[in-house]
Structures are given as structure tokens and as C-alpha cells.
Write a protein that binds this ligand. Structure first.
Ligand code: ZN
Ligand code: ZN
Length: 369
């Protein structure tokens, strides 16, 4: 039986819920549904009681749902609301959990009118369970990170003279060839002054010699994503950019060094942020230091100063550490690794080294030979 389902059923029991419904209608595909059931179709609903579980989907997925969701009773082509009501009646489910942050208001109104239960918001219960990964999940993220990192090293030598969009495409092809089922997220490539945009969509700008290039990239393996960022030089760069690079690298090391079980995610953020602020660049680091990675590219826990997002790290959680400094008109630096929390600290899942790399030197000396 899926360990995610076992954990969820145990949590339902602990919270006094006699059932829960997880909705992923066509327009709102849900990683929570996939996490609990293994279902990869585009539309489906789960009903889970502490003892049993059902998946409701349509004719397109009859065989797929049976193959992917062996722990679930598969219900095909029936009215969703009537089926949920029927299951609740037969199983004597009277307190039903639901994802108040995800179900559209119209759907909720229909459920509330038709299904005679006490409705209780799940309050991100599934997201909370998802924070701590199984070895199986971590291995998928590790494999995605390996594919992404090896692909990056393949495309790096040919950066100069190419457009940002070409680099993104090369990277995608390299990842797919190595077995990625898709990109983990749209690749970010920002060269020169465009490095000051934390989420620079690749453009037709040509990457020249003597600038910094930031590439934020990841692969996806069996639903699980990796997340990594490098910033490399294509030749001699202005002294201020080199200074920034070294500050970000040290901040990243401090953030990574803060990770261990029992530590607050806010302290991980502080470790990186205080170093950058101490060097005078605090105002140029405007985003959180990190986030969890799994079926979603950005998931709990989040490392920032936001007290509402604060979590205590546990063994098996994944978290990125990705401080950056962005100076409009000049450029920017971000360095990012994905890590998993271990008993005595953390293990890096991403594989590209984060020392200062100047591919311009290699490139031009090879050219002149
Ligand atoms: Zn990233
Ligand atoms: Zn990230």
C-alpha cells in the first residue's frame, strides 16, 4: 500500500475526520491527488476514509486508473457529487475534510447543497504530509537533479554567441535525451544586465563574452522535480560583479550550513540574508532563501522571514538554498542547490559545483589554439 495514503488515513483518524475528498477537475490538475493515489490522468476525485479509498474519474482513464491506483476502488463515469454522497452514506462518513483553498466556489456550493456532512477544511494537511519525503521520492528528485546537472555541463561550453532561447532549448533536449519526462519548470536564462531579473524568461539576446549568465533549470522524473541555479562568467567581468558572486556563494554556504533537523526555516533564511545584508547588499536580495521541492517546484517548507511560512526542519524534507543579488542595469547572481535534510545536516541532491567558473577563458583559449 502507498505510504502516502497510509499516512493520510492515519492523519484523518487523528483529526477526527471520517473522510476526506480531494478534487482535481480538468482545469485544476492536482499534485495532492497524484501524491495520495499515484494517478497521472488529467481529471479525477478521491474519497478517502480511514479504512478505504475511492478514485472517481472518466472513461478515458478506466485502464490507467486501475493500473496506477491499486489501493483505490475505481469508479468510472458516475456523477461526482452523487457518488461522493453515496459513499458518505454507505460508509457513515459524517465529518468530511476538503481542500478549501483549492475547490472552486461553485463546486463547493453544489457539494454543500447535496452531500449531508459536516465540512471541515483540511488546512493544507496533504501539503504538510508531503513535506517529509520517502526514500523513494528522494531518489526520484536525485535522479532528476543528476539528469539536469549532466545536461547543463553538456551545454555550458557552447554558451558564447548563442541566444538565451537557444541555450534553454539545448538544455531541454539534453535533459529529455537523458530520460527526463519533461522540464521541472520553464528554464530561466538571463545574461548580462538581464541577470538582474530574478525570473528572466529566455529571450533572443545573444550571450557575449565577458558577462555573467544565470541559468535556473530542473528536470522531472516520475512527477518529481529538481531545482538548481548557476551563475557563470563568459570571460573577464567587472570587479563589482565578481564581488557580488563571492558574497552570494558565501551566503549560500551559510544557508546550507544552517540546515539540520530541529532548525526553523526562518533561521536558514537568516543565515544567508544576514551575510548579504552585512556586506551592504540587503536591499538587492528581495526573495526568500529557499523552498521545498517535490511534485511541485515550489512547495512547503519555505525559508523566508515570513512567520506564517515558518516550519521546523525534519529528516527527509527537501529544501533549496538560493540567495541572490540583483542590481538593475548591471546584472545579478543567484546560486541554488536542492538539499535533503539528514540526521546530521543535509545532503546536496543537485550536482553542479558552485565554485566560480569562467567558461570564457576555456572557450577563447581553445579558439586561439
Ligand atoms: Zn530554481
Ligand atoms: Zn528554487
Amino acid at each position: 500500500m502507498r505510504s502516502s495514503l497510509i499516512r493520510f488515513q492515519k492523519a484523518l483518524r487523528n483529526q477526527g475526520l471520517s473522510g476526506a475528498v480531494v478534487a482535481a477537475p480538468e482545469a485544476l490538475s492536482s499534485t495532492n491527488l497524484r501524491y495520495l493515489s499515484g494517478f497521472t490522468g488529467s481529471s479525477g476525485y478521491l474519497v478517502v476514509s480511514p479504512e478505504k479509498a475511492w478514485i472517481l474519474t472518466d472513461f478515458r482513464y478506466t485502464e490507467q486508473a486501475k493500473a496506477e491506483c491499486s489501493d483505490f476502488e475505481v469508479v468510472i463515469g458516475k456523477s461526482v457529487v452523487e457518488t461522493i454522497a453515496l459513499i458518505c452514506r454507505e460508509q457513515r462518513i459524517d465529518v468530511l475534510g476538503w481542500e478549501a483553498d483549492k475547490v472552486p466556489y461553485e463546486t463547493w456550493q453544489e457539494w454543500n447543497d447535496t452531500i449531508p456532512v459536516v465540512w471541515r477544511p483540511l488546512n493544507r494537511l496533504i501539503e504538510t504530509l508531503r513535506m517529509v519525503k520517502s526514500d523513494n521520492e528522494i531518489n526520484k528528485i536525485r535522479e532528476a537533479a543528476r539528469i539536469a546537472g549532466e545536461s547543463l555541463m553538456e551545454v555550458l561550453p557552447s554558451l558564447i554567441g548563442r541566444r538565451e532561447v537557444d541555450v534553454a532549448l539545448d538544455l531541454e533536449i539534453a535533459m529529455r535525451r537523458r530520460g527526463a519526462e519533461s522540464l521541472g519548470f520553464p528554464t530561466i536564462v538571463g545574461a548580462g544586465e538581464r541577470g538582474a531579473l530574478p525570473h528572466a524568461h529566455p529571450t533572443e539576446r545573444v550571450i557575449g563574452p565577458g558577462e555573467l549568465v544565470t541559468i535556473d533549470f530542473g528536470a522531472q522524473v516520475d512527477g518529481y522535480k529538481s531545482d538548481e541555479t548557476i551563475t557563470i562568467a563568459t570571460g573577464a567581468i567587472p570587479a563589482r560583479l565578481r564581488e557580488i558572486w563571492d558574497i552570494v556563494a558565501e551566503a549560500q554556504q551559510r544557508g546550507i550550513g544552517a540546515i539540520k533537523p530541529g532548525v526553523s526555516t526562518r533561521d536558514v533564511d537568516s543565515a544567508a540574508r544576514e551575510f548579504i545584508a552585512g556586506r551592504g547588499y540587503g536591499e538587492y536580495f528581495g526573495h526568500g532563501t529557499g523552498h521545498g521541492v517535490g511534485l511541485d517546484i515550489h512547495e512547503s517548507p519555505f525559508a523566508s522571514q515570513d512567520s506564517g511560512q515558518q516550519r521546523t526542519l525534519e529528516v527527509g524534507m527537501t529544501i533549496t538554498v538560493e540567495p541572490g543579488i540583483y542590481i538593475p542595469g548591471l546584472g545579478g547572481v543567484r546560486l541554488e542547490d536542492t538539499l535533503v535534510v539528514t540526521e546530521d545536516g543535509s545532503e546536496r541532491l543537485t550536482i553542479v559545483p558552485k565554485y566560480f567558473q569562467n567558461i570564457g577563458v576555456v572557450h577563447w583559449s581553445q579558439k586561439s589554439e
